[in-house]
Design a protein around this ligand. Sequence first.
Ligand SMILES: [Zn+2]
Ligand SMILES: [Zn+2]
Length: 140
Amino acid sequence: MPSGDATRSSPDEVQHPPPIQCEACESALQNRDGHTLSFLLLDRLTVPVVGCDDHVTEFASVCGLTATDRTDVIDHPPAGGIRCPSCQLARYDIGHPVVSVQDGAVGILACQDHQAELVDRFHEGLDTQEQLTASLDTSR
Ligand SMILES: [Zn+2]
Ligand SMILES: [Zn+2]
């Protein structure tokens, strides 16, 4: 019996994230009881994110490279609350995307629109960071 048609039974493209090497991130992601929730303020956006302090800070600083206003991370809900009602509800969902940040991972607990926006900004920020590094390398 050939055993090669296992792929046919799973048509969904389930993406398995790479293993998280940062234990602090992993435990933060597993333990979504609110203690580890951080709030990323990026321009006008307020997005709940989860991960260890180090990697949330790294994530924020990379996203911040694309920001025109200010970037900040706070560990309590902002005074004005989260403005996007979908994001408020999204906090209680499971199955949020996890973005690899160096050897850690940060979960984005936002609505789909804001998830996509934040992931975009992060990748843009990584490009910017690369260009900065590259220009430093070549300008000796
Ligand atoms: Zn981490
Ligand atoms: Zn939203």
